[in-house]
Design a protein around this ligand. Structure first.
Ligand SMILES: [Zn+2]
Length: 254
């Protein structure tokens, strides 16, 4: 048996023996769904400059630029469907073992795959929010306004409307962070998929799980600063790794 297969069996055993799994996902889980990674060249993130939260608040031009980029991103995300990695996490949730799913993604694909409890650390691209009265807008309504030629949508109250995602310089959603840390401190297995774990404070969550005695499995194309803490590190595609692990679990359970 080759090394890869042995590692798959070991991962399947770890999942089988765990009773409280926390999954943590980043952009890498969605690249197989056709969504460009924040760091991948040629992607939508690469063609626009980053608008900080401060700029968004203070400059009309920055808000126009922000929505030009968002418009393109929305188009890209609209056609995206969950892939096997999203689906398998939803399957594990249904067995009752996966109690927390934390994501850095804003694409909503975990929910599309059927995951019911998703902690979105960076917010969601499916909604927009008025920064003054906090009214929540469906993204379709904002998209219609953009398509109709409104370059930077404004709320009925006069406040600026922004995608319900977290920009550089904007505080992380407090509730989501508290929930994520609670998940990290109470799980016995931490399954990280598709994050380079470079963006703090989210990147500190796996370390928290390790400190509290959880075993860690990482599935990511590139190295992360916390690889040394993980029992298993896979560099292969998330879809492939999770499909093989799931097959192994099904085999074992007859
Ligand atoms: Zn408003």
């Amino acid at each position: 048996m080759d090394l890869f297969s042995r590692r798959i069996i070991k991962a399947a055993d770890m999942i089988g023996n765990a009773s409280r799994i926390t999954a943590f996902t980043g952009a890498g889980i969605s690249t197989e769904s056709g969504i460009s990674d924040f760091r991948s060249s040629g992607g939508v993130w690469d063609r626009y400059r980053v608008i900080t939260f401060q700029e968004f608040l203070t400059s009309h031009e920055a808000r126009i630029e922000y929505w030009m980029m968002r418009k393109e991103l929305l188009r890209e995300m609209k056609g995206a469907r969950p892939n096997s990695a999203h689906q398998i996490l939803a399957n594990i949730e249904r067995t009752g073992k996966l109690t927390c799913l934390i994501t850095q993604n804003i694409d909503g694909l975990h929910q599309d795959a059927g995951s019911s409890r998703v902690i979105e650390l960076h917010g969601t691209n499916r909604k927009a929010v008025c920064l003054s009265c906090e009214r929540i807008w469906q993204i379709e309504d904002i998209q219609s306004q953009l398509d109709a030629g409104e370059p930077a949508p404004v709320c009925e109250c006069g406040g600026f409307i922004k995608s319900a995602t977290i920009s550089f310089g904007q505080a992380m959603p407090k509730d989501a962070m508290i929930q994520a840390y609670a998940c990290a401190t109470t799980c016995d297995l931490f399954l990280m998929i598709g994050s380079s774990l470079l963006v703090e404070p989210a990147s500190l969550i796996p370390r928290e799980a390790y400190r509290n005695g959880a075993k860690l499995i990482f599935v990511n194309r590139t190295e992360t600063p916390y690889d040394g803490l993980a029992t298993l590190v896979f560099r292969e595609n998330a879809g492939e790794v999770l499909s093989k692990i799931e097959k192994e679990i099904i085999l074992k359970n007859g």
